[in-house]
Design a protein around this ligand. Structure first.
Ligand code: ADP
Ligand code: MG
Length: 570
């Protein structure tokens, strides 16, 4: 249980507030997360890390000298937005570029990738890079699909040390990739975790059993086995990790035993004793060890073991001093507070109207804002249904996220309409607000969708029916490019792509746009229903694919609802 909370909705924000108050010596808060409060040299490469909340010390605990320069903080177990990442990255960057590093979760990949692209477009050297240490999340032939878990510690620690030494952007990035390629983690869970305010845990582990390879949000692992003694659990973890010993190392290893939230230090020491012995028996040299909580999952009970296979360079970087709220070692001569941070922005940047739209386009913009209002009401009504669909194989947040995104997009659209924006700017601002507030994979994708629509519509002429169809086509192309999914992967695209084809065929025929759109919308609704037959190949539902078969994809269903609602408003 999570026992201490107020309004559950405010839990992540209140936790962030308390964290900032407790760590003033290390961090300063701003929109999106926090940056170092201490001085950092000009031209230093900035390491920005991040992800969902609920994993402390990951990630906010690792901002400070020798490790990260900034942290982007999402909702509980849910990705922060690109806007948050851009805000943190800009405050953290010192002229040497920004490396944004995170654990390879679908929402994070989209939002942080988008943030890196936005920063690059603004002339800031930026790259998004992922950690992939969890050996249970995909096979050795698909390492790039693996998730990052407690391996964050050695990877971020050595990358941060490289940046602190003043290495170039390419050199720091090379250390990151080398460290990641030499880090392997496996975890076991004894009980699930409960979101603040929830009545039931996100998942359960039967009494007397342990789930092997479980992810930090309860993603399914390899198997469930009877819970053994501490020595047996240690042996299981060591044996499986040694099967994945990376090539080209001389047997030096750093072992990190991580508690997932409800493991006792003494239990972990008992286990570590066996781990150390087994590693030495295997002929390895354990050059250093760590036992403690590093990557947690709220109140989940369980542990993970990380092996970090060092060479001279990585071992030396590992030994450099570090001083962060949750991780400190050696002596750091850097208590001087930054005086150049100025007033940090506590608000996201908002798109402003630079040039008013044409009279026609302003009218269309106003109709778009009205439609968004209707869509918000509809999503409010459908929120529970969409949440249930998402809970079957995903995390259950789709309804809440879509509603929150639409609500904020409406506010942004109305503000822009009030300022005389044309339709294109209004759609772009709505997309920006949607992406910044909805969270999750679909939040990023709806941001892309509205942005692409805005670009197609523009602020001057009204699109013809043919042009409407080709704009919808461009939107689909933008989603394909951003998310990397294909037709049949069981995503919103499985409703959108058939709609594109149908609309393109319809606009060649007779009737009003409303009639044509509504006929094509029927195709979208039918295609969304048909996703029930598909098995997810991408996104959060992929690991639980079998469970999803027989149920429609939540993102496809919500998209079809919205397409239908737009038709009614035309
Ligand atoms: P999350 O999966 O991060 O919790 P949501 O639950 O809000 O995000 O949205 C899930 C939906 O996102 C899925 O049902 C699917 O339609 C859509 N989706 C996931 N990944 C992709 C992708 N790569 N391309 C297109 N749509 C995707
Ligand atoms: Mg979800």
């Amino acid at each position: 249980m999570t026992r201490l909370f107020n309004n559950p909705e405010n839990f992540p924000n209140e936790a962030a507030e308390g964290y900032l108050l407790a760590n003033k010596r290390h961090v300063s808060g701003l929109y999106g997360g926090a940056v170092r409060a201490t001085k950092t040299p000009e031209n230093k490469v900035a390491l920005v890390i991040g992800g969902g909340t609920g994993h402390y010390p990951a990630f906010a605990g690792w901002v400070g000298h020798g490790m990260a320069d900034g942290v982007v903080m999402g909702n509980i177990f849910s990705s922060p937005s690109a806007a948050q990442a851009v805000s943190v990255a800009k405050a953290a960057e010192r002229g040497g570029g920004v490396l944004i590093a995170f654990g390879n979760y679908a929402g994070d990949v989209l939002h942080f990738g988008d943030a890196a692209a936005q920063l690059t477009a603004q002339g800031i050297l930026a790259k998004a890079v992922v950690t992939t240490d969890d050996i249970a999340s995909a096979g050795p032939d698909e390492i790039e699909k693996r998730r990052g878990i407690a391996g964050w510690v050695p990877i971020f620690k050595t990358t941060g040390a490289a940046a602190e030494r003043g290495l170039s952007f390419d050199e720091v990035e090379a250390v990151f990739h080398k460290a990641n390629s030499r880090t392997r983690t496996l975890g076991v869970a004894f009980s699930g975790c409960t979101l603040p305010g929830a009545d039931e845990p996100l998942f359960t582990v039967p009494e007397g059993k342990m789930a092997i390879g479980l992810g930090v949000h309860g993603e399914p692992g390899i198997s469930e086995e009877p819970l053994g003694t501490a020595d047996e659990v240690a042996k299981l973890l060591v044996d499986r990790l040694l099967e994945e010993r990376p090539e080209g190392n001389d047997g030096r290893v750093i072992a990190l035993l991580n508690g997932l939230g409800a493991a006792k230090y003494e239990e972990m020491f008992v286990t570590f004793r066996a781990v150390n012995k087994l590693l030495e028996e295997a002929g390895l040299t354990v050059v250093d060890g760590e036992v403690g909580e590093f990557a947690t999952s709220l109140d989940m009970s369980g542990i993970s073991l990380t092996l970090f296979w060092v060479d001279d360079e990585l071992e030396s970087l590992w030994n450099d001093p570090v001083d962060t709220p949750a991780y400190r070692r050696g002596s750091v001569d850097n208590a001087a507070m930054r005086d150049d941070l100025g007033e940090l922005s506590q608000e996201p940047t908002k798109l402003e109207v630079t040039e008013k739209g044409s009279a026609d386009s302003q009218k269309l913009a106003s109709a778009i804002a009205e439609t968004l209002d209707k869509v918000t009401a509809l999503l409010d009504e459908k929120s529970a249904e969409l949440g249930k669909l998402d809970a079957i194989a995903g995390d259950g947040d789709h309804g809440i996220g879509m509603h929150r995104g639409a609500e904020n997009a409406t506010v942004a659209a109305k503000r822009l309409v009030g300022d005389g924006a044309g339709a294109g700017t209004t759609l772009a601002g709505a997309g920006e607000a949607w992406s910044a507030t909805a969270g999750g994979t679909s939040g990023a994708l709806w941001g892309v969708l509205l942005g692409a629509a805005g670009q197609g519509v523009g602020d001057t002429d009204l699109p013809s029916d043919q042009e409407v169809a080709s704009i919808v086509h461009q939107v689909a192309d933008a989603l394909l490019a951003a998310g990397g999914a294909q037709l049949g992967d069981k995503t919103m695209l499985d409703a959108l792509l058939p709609f594109v084809d149908a609309l393109e065929a319809e606009v060649k025929g007779e009737g009003t746009l409303k009639e044509k759109w509504n006929r094509a919308a029927l195709v979208a609704v039918g295609a969304a229903k048909k996703t029930a037959q598909l098995s997810p190949k991408i996104g959060r539902a992929r690991p639980l694919a079998e469970r999803s078969v027989g149920h429609a994809d939540p993102g496809a269903v919500s998209l079809a609802y919205i397409i239908d609602a737009i038709g009614q408003e035309l």
